[in-house]
Write a protein that binds this ligand. Structure first.
Ligand code: HEM
Length: 295
């Protein structure tokens, strides 16, 4: 569990389908009005005692673009210290609803790796308020390809605390895209079409001659649900599953092409296909064994 001492607040917990959390409301059909009034979004000062405080003279190298941009005043909100509670004050009129989330939201997601005060508070509170803002759902869906990388690829799993923290946000943000595809059954149907076509493709089908395709379909469905919908994935990491295959970019491109065709056959719209393909493409470095970070 993410401790209060790290963030000053506990991020939304993943809840069963249908459950309502502030963050998942960004994924609900009707955009929810902000549920984060100042009193609720504020945090107790004592809760931040354990967070390392950033050097007030600015003599440090920043871990993420979020911190450098914040230091230069480029983040449209500021931490307001209160005697009992901190709160976030947006410097752009009408924010966060009025903000163009590209690139602000992406920059905040990159900031999830921060461990210092005030970045931790600003990142978590900022993300929460942006996700609660009216119209957030559509804005976040469009950014998923850029968000997925910081949420899943940007961290080493060795740092369990950060990994869990990002996982929670990943689960909070992802239902939007899974809903748009049509849910879990739709993903399983796409995977079926995908493998039916892939196994006919002579550029890549030789890789699957010894593969148990029933299990493969199941694992691929689980993996896609994980990437698109934040579900648990307990299969092999992408680098481990493919390391013995010696795959190239050409093989990878065939898989993406076949996935796009399967999504098209299943009636998924072109814009969403682009987002899903870009999301799947974030696994390229792991699948091709070029990433030193195992996922
Ligand atoms: C978007 C890219 C890809 C994704 C998301 C993906 C996903 C997966 C998953 C989830 C598994 C199962 C892991 C497990 O057993 O726990 C797997 C295994 C496998 N993948 Fe991929 N894969 C991708 C690209 C490729 C490519 C480009 C090829 C070859 C053309 C390929 C060939 C295989 C094979 C042969 C296995 C089974 C390995 C075995 O039998 O041990 N994959 N992949």
């Amino acid at each position: 569990m993410l401790s209060r001492s790290e963030t000053g607040r506990i991020p939304p917990r993943a809840k069963p389908a249908g459950a309502s959390t502030a963050a998942s409301k960004a994924g609900a059909k009707a955009p929810a009005a902000s549920k984060a009034p100042a009193a609720r979004s504020a945090t107790k000062l004592g809760a931040l005692h354990d967070a390392k405080v950033v050097d007030p003279l600015g003599n440090e190298r920043h871990k993420t673009p979020f911190a450098s941009i914040y230091a230069k005043g480029g983040i449209p909100c500021r931490l307001q210290h209160g005697s009992v509670r901190h709160k976030l004050v947006w410097t752009t009129p009408g924010a966060p609803a009025s903000l163009d989330y590209d690139p602000v939201f992406v920059t905040f997601c990159q900031g999830l790796r921060e461990t210092q005060h005030p970045f931790v508070f600003v990142v978590h509170e900022g993300l929460r308020e942006m996700m609660d803002a009216p119209g957030a759902r559509d804005k976040v869906v469009q950014l998923l390809p850029q968000i997925v990388a910081p949420l899943r690829g940007g961290l080493s799993q060795e740092d369990k605390r950060l990994w869990r923290r990002c996982g929670r946000w990943r689960r909070a943000m992802s239902p939007t895209i899974l809903e748009q595809v049509g849910g879990e059954d739709a993903v399983a149907a796409v995977v079926d079409i995908f493998y039916n076509n892939l196994l006919k493709d002579e550029r890549v089908n030789s890789f699957f001659v010894n593969t148990n395709m029933e299990r493969q379909r199941k694992m691929q469905t689980k993996f896609l649900l994980h990437v698109l919908g934040g579900r648990e994935y307990n299969g092999k990491s992408m680098s481990k599953a493919h390391e013995h295959l010696k795959l190239t970019d050409e093989h990878f491109d065939v898989v993406l092409e076949t996935l796009a065709a399967a999504l098209r056959t299943a009636g998924v719209g072109e814009d969403l296909i682009k987002t899903i393909i870009a999301t799947a493409d974030t696994t390229r470095e792991d699948v091709l064994g070029r990433s030193h970070k195992a996922q």
